[in-house]
Design a binder for this molecule. Structure first.
Ligand code: GDP
Length: 312
């Protein structure tokens, strides 16, 4: 505690009305917030998010503590709220990297889904890593398809890893990637995200018991992100129930900036306001034709540009 009785801490859970904060004294506090906490330009359902550094007061006669101050964020990721209020939820703040766990089968992750995730992380300036799981299920043919998928993304600068959360194959490599970092882990349900986290974070399996405790305090608890300590230096943020990150505040004209392979070329288009859709002298369309830009990536660009749903 400092002279005014407040302590600095890291938010490890947030329901929108309750926040769990790991104080610098190493203890966890259940906090409410007091005052206005605004995120520039967006209306959010949770003004304070997992990964935020805050200052809070604990009053001895109160059961809970109160967050009074939010430190500026280095970055954050949001998603659209599931309800129709047009509000957004901040999933995590101050991230070093974001992992997307994907599978080519049971269930397959679509390239469109991967590309939307990557556009989001590009927009927020967060390095992204693709983790291809369920390696143990692949036949020789499957392994070839996997190699093709990986090539699409490695070529444009995204690190790709293949693992089996079930057999433990390459889990050591994932652990190394997590070392000393704050990592958000995302993925379609069924891809094995929980199995993977279980293999890395010992206390993750205990989560269920803890949640029932918390459910009194916010009915949406299970769909909110939560931060876990790794057994080595570093922290991991799980995003249960979060299907898709939001590309909420991206303007259409900016979209090509968030495709690295398009970003590299787009200054060479004949028109400097080229949308890369049907303009003459568009180097992007030419690059797609010549195979220099992957057509699946360009399809994702068009789909996002036209606001199409990726849920297919
Ligand atoms: P989540 O919804 O992404 O958290 O997925 P789960 O971790 O619950 O896993 C979904 C299913 O996939 C479970 O039946 C797991 O046992 C299975 N699974 C997870 N990882 C692997 C893997 O590497 N190989 C295989 N064969 N199955 C896996």
């Amino acid at each position: 505690f400092n002279a005014t009785g407040s302590m600095r801490g890291l938010v490890t859970k947030s329901t929108g009305s309750w926040y769990q904060v790991l104080g610098e004294d190493g203890k966890r506090y259940d906090c409410r917030i007091k005052g206005k906490f605004r995120t520039k330009g967006i209306k959010t359902t949770n003004p304070v998010a997992v990964g935020d550094w805050v200052h809070f007061d604990v009053e001895p006669d109160l059961e809970s503590a109160v967050i009074r101050e939010l430190e500026p964020r280095r970055n954050y990721i949001i998603r659209k709220s599931v309800n129709l209020s047009k509000q957004t939820q901040i999933i995590g703040a101050n991230l070093d990297q974001a992992f997307l766990v994907v599978t080519l089968a049971s269930p397959p992750t679509s390239l469109g889904f991967i590309d939307r995730f990557l556009v989001t992380t590009e927009a927020y300036g967060i390095p992204a890593v693709l983790i291809f799981n369920k390696l143990d299920l692949f036949s020789d043919e499957g392994l070839e398809i996997l190699a093709d998928y990986k090539a699409i993304y490695e070529r444009i600068g995204y690190p790709c890893y293949e693992v089996s959360a079930l057999t433990g194959k390459n889990i050591d490599v994932v652990k190394e990637l997590l070392q000393d970092k704050i990592t958000l882990v995302s993925g379609h349900s069924g891809v094995g995200k929980s199995t993977l986290i279980n293999a890395i974070v010992p206390e993750y399996g205990l989560k269920t018991g803890e949640i029932s405790d918390w459910s009194d305090k916010g009915k949406h608890t299970t769909t909110f992100a939560e931060m876990f300590d790794l057994p080595f230096e570093g922290k991991l943020i799980d995003t249960p129930g979060i299907r898709e990150l939001g590309i909420v505040d991206i303007e259409k004209q900016e979209l090509s900036h968030f495709f690295p392979e398009m970003r590299a070329l787009m200054n060479q288009c004949r028109f400097n306001n080229c949308r890369h859709i049907n303009e003459p002298g568009c180097v992007i369309m030419q690059a797609v034709e010549e195979g220099e830009i992957e057509s699946s990536r360009y399809d994702s660009y068009l789909s996002i540009y036209h606001n199409e749903d990726s849920r297919a």
